[in-house]
Design a protein around this ligand. Sequence first.
Ligand SMILES: *Cc1c(COP(=O)(O)O)cnc(C)c1O
Length: 397
Amino acid sequence: MGTKFVYMDNNATTPLHPEVKSIIKESVDIFGNPSSLHSCGRLASEHVEKAREKIASFIGAEHEEIIFVGSGSEANNTVLSIFLCSSKIRGHDWSNGKDIITTRIEHPCVLETSKCLRSRGVNVFYLDVDKFGKINLEQLKDMLTTKTRLVSIMMANNEIGTIQDIKSIADVVHENSGALFHTDAVQAVGKIPVDVKELGVDFLTLSGHKMYGPKGIGALYAKKGVEFCPFIRGGQQEKGRRAGTENTLGIIALGKAIEMRAKEMEEEHIRLKGFKDILKNSLEQKIADIHFNGHPDDSLSSTLNVSFDGVEGEAVLLYLDLEGIAVSTGSACASGSLNPSHVLLATGVSAERAHGSIRVSLGRENTKEELGYVIEIFQKVIAKVRGMSTAYSKRRE
Ligand SMILES: *Cc1c(COP(=O)(O)O)cnc(C)c1O
């Protein structure tokens, strides 16, 4: 016990890619301020721009459409908060309405921001999802009005892995309203193909630490010419769209992380899909009374969300941890609180079943050998936790 360590919580965060580690080590002395005109500043600026090019080309954007920000959360806050700008700024006129449409399964950084906007007079409407976590295009169509200014719908869900048809959603938004469309693609970029022009999105969010880059660096795609309002004001960095001296080292590392995604993504997708199938089938065979959450097909190959009847997810997590296996209950942000996952509840899962759910999220470092161990330990731990639950043993009698 304690010798093995199997990390299967990659939707919470990922370990640095070895190439990312190397470039961080190589780049620590690039200390110049990218805004400085001397050679030291210009060197830093060149590295920042090189990274911007890599990110832009990976998602089919132009380099000036990429804005570096401090996190995925900041990018999402920025987009949702463009309505807080004075309607006079840059000639925008929000006076015709500032309604926002989003979903019930967004990341807390979207849901909490929309709650805050509500208290400042912005109307926010929430789309439902079906039992697989998919939104309904007809409901979206019905919700759109002339007052709708922004629609924000995540591409891949961090808890259950469900992937939305973003291209169709963006089409519906643009064909039926003058609203801007944003997608939180933090869990999608680097896992599935993402091309902003093909998808037809106006804004897109990505984050470094979900794709083997460092924490505290993210990027926002903002389509050329689209209405914008900086969330952080000050200097003219990022063409006046995000003030603050650039996180040069983080940006360089994000550029490398994306470069490696471009090389490894496709093969990894196939490998992890195989792993997920093995995990799913084996758990289903070996453990009674289990239910899988999320979409059976339109789902990240790396994400498996499963509910076990008669257990508390937290207990399972802690016993797995004692055996060296790192997974998550619901979402990292929700753990520590006893609220059942808002995502599972939105898909119609009962609070009781949501409490018994575990998220296994695979990543590039996972091996086939680990799967056997994980399946064995899951069997042991579920039996143990169920054995402690009088309610469950009664039910089984
Ligand atoms: C992790 C995550 C975020 C937040 O990104 P940070 O860089 O950690 O702020 C936003 N949306 C989704 C879907 C995420 O998984």
